[in-house]
Design a protein around this ligand. Structure first.
Ligand code: ZN
Length: 175
């Protein structure tokens, strides 16, 4: 095992060993919705989202997970990469990321809002917002995304209240 298991933030203990590294595949595996074909995010209705505007939509998942808030920001139109955005849309995205981060932090007792972009599952451009609870030092850093699946899910009532706080902060007229 690499020394990662010595990190206080590593979510697991006991006997673990890395999987053997497989050789490269012949070509990259196509991502879901590649090229906008049969893309679930393109075909989703606005009712599936917590907040929307003309060019962007923000969604939560259909059930709570371990972290207090986990959201995904998507472009309304199908883009694959941040670099495919026009300068205008990229500028808008920057402002929006800041607004959403602030709204999530407004839930209270949030130690950090991780803003992440992987995009190796579905191609449709999306950004993750993962809120780490304050003062839970084991959850600091990159394993927060793994802890989200390791921890028991938030009580439904608390989760819904957190999402409502974010939606209110993002609604028009809220400074
Ligand atoms: Zn799409």
């Amino acid at each position: 095992m690499p020394p990662v298991e010595e990190w206080a933030t590593f979510p697991f203990e006991g006997d673990l060993r890395p999987r053997p590294l497989e050789p490269p595949v012949e070509r990259e595996t196509p991502r879901h919705g590649a090229g906008g074909v049969d893309c679930m995010r393109c075909s989703a209705g606005d009712q599936e989202y917590l907040w929307t505007n003309e060019r962007w939509r923000l969604r939560a998942f259909d059930r709570p997970s371990g972290l207090p808030v986990v959201l995904v920001l998507e472009s309304r139109e199908h883009f694959a990469e941040p670099g495919d955005l026009s300068d205008e849309a990229a500028g808008e995205l920057g402002v929006l990321i800041a607004r959403i981060e602030r709204a999530v932090r407004g839930v209270g007792e949030i130690g950090r809002v991780h803003v992440c972009r992987w995009g190796d599952g579905g191609e449709h451009l999306h950004w993750w917002f993962m809120a780490r609870p304050a003062r839970m030092s084991q959850l600091i850093g990159i394993f927060a995304a793994v802890w989200d699946d390791v921890l028991p899910p938030l009580p439904e009532r608390v989760w819904r209240a957190n999402l409502a706080t974010v939606a209110t902060a993002l609604s028009p007229g809220t400074p």
